[in-house]
Design a protein around this ligand. Sequence first.
Ligand code: 26Q
Length: 822
Amino acid sequence: GMQCEDDRTGIGVETLKRAFLDNLFYVQGKFPALATKHDYYMALAYTVRDRLLQRWVNTAAIYTQEGSRTVAYLSAEFLMGPHLGNNLINLGIYNQVQQAMTELKLDLKELLAKEEEPGLGNGGLGRLAACYLDSLASLEIPTLGYGIRYEFGIFDQLIRNGWQVEKTDKWLRYGNPWEIARPEWAVSVKFGGRTEAHKNAQGRYRVRWIPHKVVLGIPYDTPILGYKVNTANTLRLWKAEAPESFDFEAFNRGNYYGAVDQKVTSENLTKVLYPNDETYEGKQLRLEQQYFFVSCALQDMLRIMLRQKLPLEQFHEKFAVQLNDTHPAIAVAELMRLLLDEHEMDWEPAWEITQKTFGYTNHTLLPEALEKWSLKLFSSLLPRHLEIIYEINWRFLEQVRHKFGTDEGRIGRLSLIDENDGKFVRMAHLACVGSHKINGVAALHSELLQKTTLLDFYEFFPEKFTNITNGVTPRRWIVLSNPKLTNLITSCIGDNWIKHLEDVQRIETYAEDPGFQQEWQQIKRENKVNVAEILLDRTGVKVDPDSLFDIQVKRIHQYKRQHLNILHAITLYNQIKQNPNLDITPRTLIFAGKAAPGYYIAKLIIKLINSVAEVVNKDRDIGDRLKVVFLPDYNVKNSQPIYPAADLSEQISTAGKEASGTGNMKFAMNGALTIGTLDGANIEIRNAVGAENFFLFGLTTEDVGALRLTGYRPREYYEQNPQLKQAIDQIASGYFSHGDRSLFKPLVDLLLDKDPFMLMADYQPYIDCQQQVSQTYRDRDRWLQMSILNTARMGKFSSDRAIREYCQQIWKVQPVPVQLAA
Ligand code: 26Q
């Protein structure tokens, strides 16, 4: 009975209450009368952490005992989102905890809201890593996630006078109850200096690296619990610290300030996440961050092997290491260095192990996003790695010559060194040569990689290439975010779908059942009311929950075309102004997303959205027929109520530019219909849900290429389309900027003269497609049926499916179930 439950592991309501009050007293040092909401959040977090620890310790014991083959997921970003709610779901104790809090006169919702999320990522790539950790644990796959413990994550976004203002993200301010520091496993990382040859004990020449400085890496571990299993894997993030010995050296020379200075520079390394996604910048600190966490991770894996008494020749059998884009690609050279220089292995076996160890996931085709480091910077920071890269390159290009003969063009294109305009190390090339598998993140993306960006590599080793379409975890993105829909689905088909999303297909038999339809509609409406309250609270704008909620939430980028969406808003506005009695389908356009602080045009797009919103929302002629809202500070926490409240999901990137997208999946799973181009995973979503349940428009990738070749003249579309001309002219004339004609001039000029993302060409097809959307929304039964079918057919887009594919095709790992010790 309840009396027998342990306070640290029991999950009965009475036990949870006792444990919670105990943690409030002994961890927070408070009694209820003095406790703040934050104290209560911390007490609950520690109560949940105790229950995780039992599973975490058991998992570690089993992995150590069995020497299990382990996935190491290397990523510069992990966009985890709040831990508390997710852990309650995965522990299966959400309802008990809710009841326990209610009985203590507390509101679980309020406590959940107190958690400061770890925003250790920019967007899609970082969030994908988080979804994959959830699926890996849920599938009982031994996994270590390795990354950086940024002291400041992605900036908080404020909107002031319509402009984005960035504020430092101080997520560690009130402490982090989800991590445990492991200073006993600290490692040293070298930087700069020079190399020299020396003879080892066997009289053979080896290379020694004499660094200019050494930084300590301290691991901080967070447990990652799977859904309703006992597996709790580890996310191991590294913080940079100055080694003590450095302080002492300077101090003894009487240079106290020099010593502190050194400490400050070392600790700068993990201070802040670079907030630009999709454009790379050749900054030294960024390369230092990448090398730092990669070296920490590989040294940590070697320590684990030595502790388990495994010979290093088995490195690739013990670990499958995945490179999340090229950010950790220096791992190829670092593993070679560790095996050659520090463990005295010969080149050939070391290279074989290295190639068998790594897999490389590419997330982008945009040329401006491909990382390359100048030889000057690279050699000053990583002199030994440059020597190793030269050797890898020399041997690789020999093989190329052997296969294709002397074709200097091809050799120049394949070389790890770019010599076109200055000299650079090409990180994608290092990743390709050093890995046994290379994958894109959606079918179209993988196909384009093979046909364009990585064509030469595909011709040289076609067997390395594969596709694994992205997925998202249904635990966070349905169960946690949309509890009402979860209950409805579970009441019809049981809860197996949460682990096997393909099963959600079984709700299709209810798609035409009026009772089910009515509940579906009611839930969507309640989710919209919830978001209407959030919008009122955060922006002061009142929206109508019965209007069509048309939502675009994602990073602000020209290729994602938020400005195309805004052109539609202006067009609707003009249609109503021209015909004030127009009977149009009322719409609420919701935008959210951050712009990279240095991305001027993206910031101007935010200003444009807010400027249009200001004019539209206060126009009495418009009334409730059109509202435009920009929700500030888009992050995981703020996004969770959004997906369940959407009627329409905007996925309108220029074809060929969005590698996959993952927001598109979160929306469709929650019953939103998509308006989208044939880009990224949109194509596969459309195939899955059926063309008749998807609003398709726009140029195809081939059209885009052909139009560029024949000479694209954006201004002609503007001149020939009165609606488009009116919208652009209004922006240019200061209609939305209090008469200021200069404000949006850079954007207008860009669209009319260059239009690199072809908004002008896609404008009319987009407007026509939106008209179809409005028509369909008026047929509520039809819309509802389409909505239900979208959710029902999204099974493929669970990250569980994606991870099963990685396990089979790339990692060759098996589940290792964990039993709790009695
Ligand atoms: C690189 C060098 C220096 C500084 C920053 C960066 C950097 C950081 C982040 C470059 C790129 C990123 C992020 C890229 C990203 O999020 N890509 C998205 O990945 C998703 C998951 O695969 C896809 O769904 C999206 O289509 C893709 O845009």
